[in-house]
Design a protein around this ligand. Sequence first.
Ligand code: ADP
Ligand code: MG
Length: 491
Amino acid sequence: MEYSNPKMIEEDYKRVWAECLEVIKDTLGPENKKAFDTWFVPIVPLQLDGSTLIVQVPSPFFYEWIEDHYIDLLKRVIRMQLGPNGMLKYSIVMDQTIPTEPLKTTLPSHNNRHTVQNPMSDLPVNINKDNTREIPNPFVIPGIQKTRINSQLSPNYTLENFVEGDCNRLARSAGYAVAEKPGTTSFNPLLLHSNVGLGKTHLANAIGLKTKELHPDKVVLYVTSEQFMAQYAEAGRTGTTNDFIHFYEQIDVLIIDDIQFWSGKGQKTQEAFFHIFNHLHQRNCQIIITSDKAPGELQGLEPRLISRLKWGLNADLQAPDVETRKAILRQKLQNDGIEMSDEVIEYIAYNINTNVRELEGALISLIAQSSLNRKQITLELTKQMIDKYVQSSTREITIDYIQKVVCDSLDLPVESIQQTSRKREIVQARQLSMYFAKKITKSSLAVIGMQCGNKDHATVLHACKQIENLRQTDRYIRNLVDELEKKFKEC
Ligand code: ADP
Ligand code: MG
C-alpha cells in the first residue's frame, strides 16, 4: 500500500488522529460537544499502515453508530490527513482498557475472529469476542461475572402454570421451542402480541425461566421497554452509553416487554435497540418481544425496527374460550390451595370473558369477600359479587364516581349523600347524583335509589323531574348541570 505522504512514519498515528479529532471537533461545533465526547474521544489510534489508519473502537455498536452517523465526516478528515487513498480500519474489542501496543492482541488472526465489512474501506473489521470485561450496570452485581446478571424474571410466571388453550397454543409451543434452542430456531425474534391481560408478560417471562432451567449457562434478561428507555437516557446523561451497549450485547436471551411504549417517542432508544438487536441476532442470541399490537399496526416505531420484528415469528394471544377460562381458574385455585364448587367456577368463567387479568381480579375479590365476611363461597355470594364486578369494570362511569364528581363540585364530602339530612345543598347533591346516574348508567331506579342514600325508586324519579324543572328556571342549577355534564363527557 502506498504512503500518501512519504514523510509519514508509523509512529505518526497518534498525531494523525489528534489532527483528525481537531477537525472533527471544529466541524461538530460546541453545540455537539456531547456527541464528540461520546463518539470520538473514546476512539484510540493504534497504527498507521500506509495510508490506512487503524483505530480501536469500544464495541460493534459503536462502530455501527459512527459509520451510520459520521461516515462522511470521517472520510473527509481521513483524506485530508492521509491523501485521497486515506482509509480507516476499525479494530473492535470488548475491553476499553486494552493496551495500545501489540496489535496482535487486538487483531486476532485465529478463528474466533468475527468480521464485518466496513463500507468505507472495504476492509474487514475485527471483533475480539473473548475479550470481555465487567460492565457497570444497574443490573449487575458489582464485581461479579456476567452470569450473575439479575434476570429480573418473576418466579411465579412459569410455563407450567401458563394454561394452554386454543387461544395461545401456537405462542406457547413456539415459546417452548425457543427455550429449548434459544437463538437457533427460526423464531428469532419471537414477537408475542395481544390485547392487555391476555398473558404476554407471563409467557415471555416463562420462556426466560424455562431457558434458564434448560441452559443454566445462558444469560437471560427481562426488561420492560420503559426501563430500557430510562436506562438509555440515564446512560446518555452520565456518559456511560458504551457501558449500556456492552451490557446488552452480552445477553443471550433478551426479553423486551411492551415495545409499543416506544411508539412516537424514544427515537434514540429505538436506534440503540436496533443496533443491539442486529448484534444479538447476528450472534444467534434470542430476542423475545411483546407488544399490544401486531407489527403492521405499530405506529410511531421506526420502520427498520418494525421490519426486524417481522423477521421471526409473530404469535398472537387471543382471549381464552370458556373452557380455558375454567382451566385457568382451577389452576389459580389449586396454586392457592382453595376449594370452590364447579358451579361457582362456571359462573365466574361464563360471566367474565374480557381477559385473564379481569378473571383473576374477580376471583381474588370473591376470595377476599368471603374471607372478610367469613362466608362460604356460595353461588349466591358469587352472583352478587360478580354482578357488581362486571358492572363496575365494564362501565367507565359508576354511581360512586358520579357522587364523587357531584360532591366535589359542591364542595361536600361524598359521604353526605348517604346522610338523612334535609339540608338544601345535601338534598341537591343527592338529586343531582340520581339525575346523572339515571342519565349515564344503566342502573335501575331502585339501584340508584339504594346507592344514593337508600331511597326508593319514586324518590329517584322525583329527583330527576326536579332537576329538569330547575334546569329551566334556575340559572345556578342550569350552569351547574352543564358544567357537570361537560365533566362526565370528558371521562
Ligand atoms: P399482558 O402482559 O398480556 O397484559 P399478563 O401476562 O400480565 O398479560 O397476564 C395477566 C394475568 O393473567 C397474569 O396474572 C397471568 O398470570 C394471567 N394469565 C394470562 N394468561 C394465562 C394463562 N394462559 N394461564 C394462566 N394464567 C394466565
Ligand atoms: Mg404485560
